[in-house]
Design a protein around this ligand. Structure first.
Ligand SMILES: NC(=O)c1ccc[n+]([C@@H]2O[C@H](COP(=O)([O-])OP(=O)(O)OC[C@H]3O[C@@H](n4cnc5c(N)ncnc54)[C@H](OP(=O)(O)O)[C@@H]3O)[C@@H](O)[C@H]2O)c1
Length: 302
């Protein structure tokens, strides 16, 4: 049986729906089993695993408010480091494999480029260097997960959006209906990722492993294919939203720089992930971000 932690969040809900669709035996928890409470996790594992052994834990619970984290470091670290460490320890005690979700924000967004060179997509073993509290605590969580339960998969992803939580696509669709003009930053590049695509990959890791296909534990990068700036992403959201009838009026999208749009924390300028490792391990093709956005917007229209 699978234990899905953080089952009410954006990614957790998507995984929950997919597990149901595939008739996978699973149990889900969110805030009611506090991941910072190691005893509560142990008790739940013992009770829930009584009838059916928990063989997998998927952790989607995290502190995800990137800007707020700068003024709330203690709480952010409690969730992203201590919570992750506790789940690693719990997985190790009950001998379950763990899939833990992490982020592109563990990198500084320079694309490992020496001065004058073009940035290149980040590989799993590239040097990490988070620029904010959220990225730092997620990195600390990764290290503790691996220390406490080496039988873990850590999946770093980026620019996640989906039906069941606040995200860039939702915000854009709302603002484009409210305003005549919006400014969007044009100097940060990354890969938008539909939560459904990530959910499918997580399920594939579990199914392949359970069917005897050896997938080595460790860190993997996953995002949808291709990369783009937030500005170009917003333009595509507008086109698709208009076509689907979700955006009902004209809206002018204006490019701006990060300096013109100050945020509490410096976002990575380039956070493209190299996905060769996961593609080879699972023998998969990854959908492009624009194809997935089209599919996603269709689901929003109904
Ligand atoms: N969103 C992105 O753009 C993005 C990008 C890259 C990586 N990621 C990573 O992807 C994963 C999933 O992200 P997401 O956007 O789906 O997150 P999310 O929507 O914020 O979901 C996190 C869930 O964890 C719950 N939670 C909070 N504190 C808890 C606690 N003490 N014990 C148990 N559960 C608790 C939250 O409840 P409340 O809602 O009540 O707080 C929420 O349901 C995270 O690891 C995140 O770091 C996200």
């Amino acid at each position: 049986m699978i234990w899905l932690i953080g089952n009410k969040g954006m990614l957790g809900t998507e995984i929950s729906l997919l597990l149901k669709k595939h008739d996978c035996a699973f149990t889900g928890t969110d805030r009611e089993i506090d991941i910072t409470d190691v005893k509560a996790l142990a008790e739940y594992a013992q009770n829930a695993g009584r009838d059916k052994k928990i063989t997998w834990i998927i952790n989607c619970a995290a502190y995800t408010a990137v800007d707020k984290a700068e003024d709330d470091e203690k709480n952010c670290r409690r969730l992203n480091q201590l919570g992750a460490a506790n789940i690693g320890e719990c997985a190790n005690r009950i001998k379950a494999k763990l899939i833990h979700v992490s982020t592109d924000y563990v990198f500084d967004g320079q694309g490992n480029a020496a001065s004058g060179e073009q940035p290149r997509p980040y590989r799993e073993d590239d040097r990490t260097n988070p620029t904010g509290v959220y990225g730092l605590t997620k990195l600390e969580g990764e290290l503790d997960v691996m220390k406490n339960n080496p039988d873990s998969f850590i999946i770093r992803t980026s620019w996640l959006y989906g039906k069941h939580g606040g995200n860039f696509v939702h915000t854009m669709l709302r603002l484009m209906n409210e305003r005549n003009e919006i400014n969007v930053v044009n100097d940060q590049r990354g890969s938008p990722t539909w939560a459904f695509d990530l959910a499918c990959v997580i399920l594939k890791i579990i199914k392949n492993s359970d069917n005897g296909k050896e997938i080595p534990c460790g860190i993997y990068h996953f995002s949808d294919e291709g990369n783009i700036s937030w500005f170009d992403f917003a333009k595509e959201i507008y086109i698709e939203g208009r076509m689907a009838g979700i955006i009902k009026k004209d809206c002018h999208i204006v490019p701006c720089s990060s300096a013109e749009y100050p945020a509490r924390v410096k976002r990575p300028a380039y956070s493209v992930l190299d996905k060769s490792k996961i593609k080879a391990a699972l023998q998969i093709d990854i959908p492009s971000w624009d194809k997935s956005l089209k599919e996603y917007i269709k689901t929003c229209a109904f």
